[in-house]
Design a protein around this ligand. Structure first.
Ligand SMILES: Nc1ncnc2c1ncn2[C@@H]1O[C@H](COP(=O)(O)OP(=O)(O)OP(=O)(O)O)[C@@H](O)[C@H]1O
Length: 469
C-alpha cells in the first residue's frame, strides 16, 4: 500500500505533533498487537496506516483496503450525526441514522447486513438510531460495519473496552476467525491484560517512536513492556474544600421508587427501587444494554424521563421546581457520552476549570485559587505541560484523563464514573484509581462507579446494584 513518507523533521498539521518515528518495520502481511502509553504514538499510527498522516522512516507489508474501528472514527460518526440532527424539525430527540443504514453504507448487501447483525447480536437493534445505542452496542456496530467493508487490513483500537463478558468472547472469537481466514489485524491496546493471546507479533511505541517489535511472547518480557505498567503518583492529591454534608439525617443522596425507562414498547428497566444513603459508595453492574448509563443519566438530570419518575435527590423531589444546576452542582461526572459531547474548542486547562461551573467550555472567569487547583491536578496527573494545548489535540486517553480531573476538581458530593478508564493506558488507570481511593478515604464525596472490569485496585467498599436484561 502507498504510505506517504517523510525524511525531514517537518511537523505534521493534523495532530500538531512531530512525525512518528518508525525506523524500519516490516508488517510482513501478518497481524500485530500494538501497545504503548497514551500519547506514545499509537493513534498517529492509525492515521498513518489509513494513509492520512506523514511519518518518518519506513513501513512495509501492510495490506489494503483498510477498515478501522477506533474512538476517533466513532467521534467522526457522532460529529456527522450532530450535523444531520433533525431534533428541531422533529420536536423530539433525533436518535440518528438507522443501524441498518449505517451497515449498508459500508457497501454491503442487505442479506450480508442481516447475517453479520445476527453474528454480532445486533439484529434486534437494526431499526434503532446510532445515537441511542449503548457503549457496547456501538462497539459491536463499528466492528460489524468495518467487516462489511471487506478489508484486507483491519485497524482496531481497544476492541474489548466497554464490552460485557459475552460480547468480549463474541468479538474475540470473530476476530480470531477472520484472522485465521487471512484478514490482517493491527490491534491497538491500552490495557495490557486485553492483548489477545492468539496474536503472534507485538510492537511497542514510546514517546513518538517504535521502540520494539517482534514475536509477542518475547516482546512481553522486555523492560519497555513491563515499564508500561508503572505509574508514579505524587504523595498528596490536590483537594478543593471537602463538601460538607448539608443533608438532614435520613435524607437519601438519591432515591428512585418504581423507576421505569422505556422507548415505545422497549422497556429498559421497570419497578426499580434504589436508595443511595449518605456515606455509601455503589457499583452498578450488568450486561451491555441493561440500562446502567440510562440510570446514571436519571441521576445527573440528563435523561428526559427523569421527571416521569419518582426521584428524590440532594433534598429535592425532582420536578418540584428545582433547577438542573441545583442538581449538577453536587455531581462530578465522566462517561463515554459526555466525552463525545465535550466539543468546545478550548485549552486543556479551560476544560478542567469548566468543572467548577458545570459547563462545556469556559464562560466564567475562574479565580486564582481555582486556577492553581487546576494546575496542581494537571501536575498530579503528569499533564502540566498540556495545560495550554488545545484539548482536542490531545490523544483520546489524555482527553479522558482531563475530563476525569474536571470531575474531581470541585470535590463533588457524588462522583459518577461510567467506564471512566476507557482509552486510558495502564499507568494512567492506576493514577485515576489512586486518586479516587485517596479522595474517598479522605471522606470527600461518594462514588458511583460503572465498569465491566473488576478493578481490584479500586478500594472504597461498594454496595452493588445489578441490572439485568
Ligand atoms: N431512543 C431509544 N430508543 C430505543 N432504545 C434506546 C433508546 N435510547 C437508548 N436505548 C436502549 O436502552 C438500552 C440501555 O442503554 P444504556 O446505555 O443505559 O445501557 P448500558 O447498560 O449502559 O450498556 P453498556 O454496558 O453497553 O454501556 C440499550 O439497549 C439502548 O439501545
Amino acid at each position: 500500500m502507498l504510505i506517504q513518507q517523510l525524511t525531514t523533521d517537518r511537523r505534521n498539521q493534523t495532530r500538531g505533533k512531530p512525525p512518528l518515528i518508525i525506523e524500519r518495520w516490516d508488517l510482513a502481511n501478518v497481524s500485530w498487537a500494538v501497545v504503548g502509553n497514551n500519547d506514545s504514538g499509537k493513534e498517529q499510527l492509525l492515521d498513518i496506516l489509513r494513509g492520512d498522516l506523514l511519518y518518518q522512516g519506513s513501513i512495509s507489508g501492510a495490506t489494503s483496503p483498510v477498515a478501522e474501528v477506533s474512538l476517533g472514527l466513532q467521534q467522526r460518526l457522532v460529529e456527522r450525526e450532530i450535523e444531520q440532527d433533525e431534533s428541531d424539525l422533529l420536536d423530539e430527540v433525533d436518535p440518528g441514522t438507522r443501524v441498518f443504514d449505517l451497515m449498508l453504507e459500508a457497501g454491503a448487501q442487505p442479506n450480508q447486513v442481516t447475517s453479520i447483525a445476527h453474528q454480532l447480536n445486533l439484529h434486534h437493534l437494526l431499526e434503532q438510531g446510532f445515537r441511542s445505542l449503548s457503549t457496547g452496542e456501538t462497539k459491536r456496530l463499528l466492528i460489524a460495519r468495518a467487516l462489511l467493508a471487506k478489508p484486507s487490513l483491519l485497524l482496531v483500537q481497544d476492541p474489548f473496552d466497554g464490552l460485557d463478558q459475552t460480547s468480549k468472547s463474541l468479538i474475540s472469537n470473530l476476530l480470531q476467525q477472520r484472522h485465521a481466514d487471512g484478514l490482517q489485524l493491527i490491534v491497538l491496546i491500552d490495557r495490557l491484560l486485553d492483548v489477545p493471546t492468539w496474536l503472534k507479533y507485538g510492537a511497542i511505541f514510546y514517546q513518538g517512536r517504535l521502540v520494539e517489535h517482534g514475536a509477542l511472547p518475547e516482546i512481553c518480557t522486555r523492560d519497555t513492556w513491563l515499564n508500561l505498567k508503572l505509574a508514579e503518583a505524587p504523595p498528596r492529591i490536590p483537594l478543593a474544600l471537602a463538601p460538607s454534608s448539608s443533608l438532614p439525617i435520613n435524607e437519601p443522596v438519591f432515591e428512585i421508587r418504581h423507576g421505569k425507562v422505556s422507548y415505545g414498547d422497549k422497556v429498559v428497566f421497570s419497578d426499580l427501587n434504589w436508595r443511595i444513603e449518605q456515606g455509601q459508595h455503589w457499583r452498578v453492574i450488568g450486561p451491555n444494554g441493561s440500562g446502567k448509563s440510562t440510570l446514571l443519566k436519571l441521576i445527573s438530570g440528563d435523561h428526559p424521563q427523569c421527571y416521569a419518575n419518582q426521584i428524590r435527590q440532594f433534598g429535592f423531589q425532582r420536578g418540584s421546581g428545582e433547577s438542573i444546576w441545583q442538581i449538577k452542582q453536587h455531581i462530578g461526572l465522566v462517561s463515554a457520552e459526555f466525552h463525545l459531547n465535550y466539543r468546545a474548542r478550548v485549552t486543556t486547562i479551560a476544560v478542567v476549570l469548566s468543572g467548577f461551573f458545570d459547563s462545556i467550555g469556559l464562560y466564567q472567569e475562574p479565580n486564582r485559587h481555582q486556577i492553581n487547583l487546576a494546575l496542581s491536578w494537571l501536575d498530579w496527573f503528569h499533564l502540566a505541560d498540556k495545560a495550554q494545548q488545545p484539548f482536542h489535540q490531545l490523544s483520546y486517553g489524555q482527553q479522558r484523563l482531563v475530563l476525569i480531573i474536571r470531575a474531581l476538581i470541585k470535590s463533588p458530593y457524588l462522583l459518577i464514573l461510567d467506564e471512566p478508564l476507557q482509552g486510558l493506558d495502564e499507568a494512567s488507570s492506576q493514577l485515576v484509581l489512586t486518586a479516587i481511593n485517596r479522595m474517598m478515604a479522605a471522606g470527600v464525596g461518594q462514588l458511583l462507579y460503572v465498569s465491566h472490569r473488576d478493578e481490584p485496585q479500586l478500594k472504597p467498599s461498594c454496595q452493588v446494584l445489578e441490572l439485568t436484561k
